[in-house]
Design a protein around this ligand. Structure first.
Ligand SMILES: Nc1nc2c(ncn2[C@@H]2O[C@H](COP(=O)(O)OP(=O)(O)OP(=O)(O)O)[C@@H](O)[C@H]2O)c(=O)[nH]1
Ligand SMILES: [Mg+2]
Length: 295
């Protein structure tokens, strides 16, 4: 049996469902998902090991017009990833008309390396999503378009089979154990950030990032993992909002994040959260680098 291996990027506008699809493809809650646009900020790699293949899926931030340095860093990730991979899945919404921004992305990727994925197929009737698929062929010249529902896993195995066909032959490029090579610290910071997105109103998430300040695994003497994380915001009033009345909001963020972190690392966790103000961090290139954003 020939073995196939390669990298497949998931690209598209904010909220298209890229991270949901990554999780559906690898069967794990690796990438954070929220109803707010611009949730993903980094390249998130999830590895699918199969008997006949290894596919490294690369989830990317939503492609949008950057208006500040954090956004430029996010869009840069998309741009670089497109160049790095074997195949790009371009996720689009199941409605017409096709958008200019999706078309530009399609052209940037090139028809030969692009599989168009019409996601959220569960939200419209089959005829509507088929119409979208047909238009990608007729108007853009797409060679392959697949309708899926990342949320319900609909047609996801079919997408995988199609990807395997297109991938080059070759040995596994990543470890065949596990589904990710990201450090646990990074995954934990993402879980906290997910709760900041979910529990806070519209303004805070876009001004917040999360730093892990210390991480001690459980030991024989102390059977609880002890993690300290800082939620970094840009202004004092934002700090007050994250903390909430009598510390209620931050407590809720911490409780929900802790449950997910315990699931991830398989240990009981004591999670200490603090909020720090770092003015203009999202507009200052050096600070962005310090917080792990790629510039
Ligand atoms: N109904 C439905 N909702 C979906 C589907 N896929 C994703 N969603 C929802 O769409 C929202 C955005 O999903 P994400 O996976 O975070 O989207 P994304 O493209 O990664 O977004 P960014 O990281 O912000 O670019 C969430 O509320 C998901 O639950 C789907 O197939 N059907
Ligand atoms: Mg995402």
């Amino acid at each position: 049996m020939t073995f196939k291996c390669g990298h497949v990027a998931l690209v598209g506008q904010p909220n298209a469902g890229k991270s949901t699809l990554l999780n559906a493809l690898i069967g794990e809650q690796l990438a954070i998902v929220t109803p707010k646009p611009q949730t993903t900020r980094h390249r998130i790699v999830g590895i699918l090991n199969r008997e006949d293949s290894q596919i490294a899926f690369v989830d990317t931030p939503g492609f949008h017009k950057p208006f500040k340095p954090l956004n430029s860093a996010m869009v840069e990730v998309v741009d670089r990833t497109i160049d790095d991979v074997d195949i790009v899945c371009l996720l689009i919404a199941p409605k017409l008309p096709l958008t200019t921004i999706d078309r530009q992305l399609f052209e940037r990727i090139g028809a030969d390396r692009c599989i168009v994925v019409v996601n959220k197929g569960d939200t419209v009737d089959a005829r509507a999503s088929d119409d979208v698929a047909r238009k990608t062929h007729d108007e853009w010249g797409a060679k392959e378009t697949i309708v899926v529902s990342a949320l319900h896993g609909l047609n996801v195995p079919f997408l995988v089979r199609s990807l395997v066909e297109h991938l080059p032959e070759g040995q596994a490029l990543h470890s065949t154990e596990g589904y990710t090579e990201h450090p646990v610290r990074f995954l934990v910071s993402e879980i906290v950030r997910e709760q900041v997105f979910l529990q806070m109103g519209d303004e805070i998430p876009y001004n917040a990032t999360v730093e892990i300040e210390s991480f001690k695994d459980a030991t024989d003497d102390d059977p609880i993992a002890r993690i300290e994380a800082a939620i970094i915001v840009e202004r004092e009033n934002q700090k007050a909002m994250v903390i909430g009345k009598a510390g209620k909001r931050i407590k809720e963020i911490g409780t929900r994040a802790r449950v997910k972190i315990e699931d991830l690392i398989g240990e009981k966790v004591f999670l200490k959260l603090v909020v720090r103000v770092d003015e203009e961090w999202s507009s200052t290139p050096q600070k962005l680098r310090d917080y792990g954003y790629v510039l």
